[in-house]
Design a protein around this ligand. Structure first.
Ligand code: HXC
Length: 260
């Protein structure tokens, strides 16, 4: 690939994206964020790719945050005029309609924690450490942390994390519903890729639809969300993959998916 700060690899139907600035604990500078947007868009556009995994290179970090050295040189006017971080707070997440998983292999701090929370779910290594330490730098989360962390773990814990800047380990993160699963450090990538392959083997349109429904739970009232769910369910019943999936079950064989 032509990227400088990330690597992208396709393994069958799974795209593996790796943040690749280990010397800076994969801190997210403008280049990383730009390349990540490109890689996610390429994943979304490639019909052969059905699930993605995002992880960090090196043994220590998923991403230790937005790049503090870069941010230290910017004036408030730059942040405001460039609407810094704006593509990330919702646009990228909405444009990536296909599923993606964050495999958190170490520090996920500040923007790193926020990036992990944008994924559809997080699988964490036993060494993972989550935090929103921005307050210590005189700032605050800027890529969705105050909103997504609060929705994930509730007000009390999110408030404590943001106000003290403390880190949360993997065990607490699982107990708090921030992560779907914790696995031994050495098997993190295997486990994440295996889970991604499992998702990639599902009827692809149904995967998009399942994701869309669950995400609707964050945006709507229960009544509205239930309508979204029923309508998407009803649309899926018209798909070729529904015919195939139910026929395959009845005939006791594996389904062959068309993705429509
Ligand atoms: C730039 C970073 C960085 C970051 C680490 N590095 N985090 N560079 N931005 N966010 C660099 C260090 O400067 C150092 O480079 C190298 O990575 C290794 O880091 P060390 O600190 O030496 O490692 P260690 O002692 O093991 O400590 C690990 C750590 C610590 C606890 C994760 O690095 C840390 O606290 N990092 C900052 C975490 C943080 O505050 N993140 C939030 C950022 S703000 P050199 O060249 O010195 O070896 C944010 C959103 C802001 O994300 C939104 C509002 C605008």
């Amino acid at each position: 690939s032509n990227y400088e700060t990330i690597t992208v690899e396709q393994r069958d139907a799974v795209t593996l994206i790796t943040l690749n600035r280990p010397q800076a604990l994969n801190a997210l500078n403008s280049k990383v964020l730009e390349e990540l947007i490109e890689a996610l868009a390429a994943y979304q556009a490639d019909a052969s790719q059905l699930c993605a995994v995002l992880t960090g290179s090196g043994d220590k970090a998923f991403a230790a945050g937005a790049d503090i050295k870069e941010m230290s040189e910017k004036a408030a006017a730059d942040f405001y005029l460039d609407d810094f971080f704006s593509p990330w707070t919702s646009e990228i997440v909405k444009k990536t309609r296909k599923p993606w998983i964050a495999a958190v292999n170490g520090f996920a701090l500040g923007g790193g924690c926020e990036l992990a929370m944008m994924a559809d779910f997080i699988i964490a290594s036993e060494n993972a450490k989550f935090g929103q330490p921005e307050i210590k730098l005189g700032v605050a989360p800027g890529m969705g942390g105050s909103q997504r962390l609060t929705r994930a773990i509730g007000k009390s814990k999110a408030m404590e994390m943001c106000l003290t800047g403390r880190m949360m380990g993997a065990e607490e993160a699982e107990r708090s519903n921030l992560v779907a699963r914790v696995v031994p450090h050495d098997s993190l990538l295997d486990e994440a890729m295996k889970t991604a392959a499992q998702i990639a083997a599902m009827p692809p349109m149904a995967a998009i639809a399942n994701k869309e429904m669950v995400n609707a739970a964050f945006e709507t009232s229960l009544d509205q969300g239930l309508i979204v769910e029923r309508r998407i369910f009803q649309i899926l019943t018209a798909s070729e993959d529904k015919q195939e999936g139910m026929a395959a079950f009845i005939e006791k064989r594996e389904g062959k998916w068309k993705g429509r």
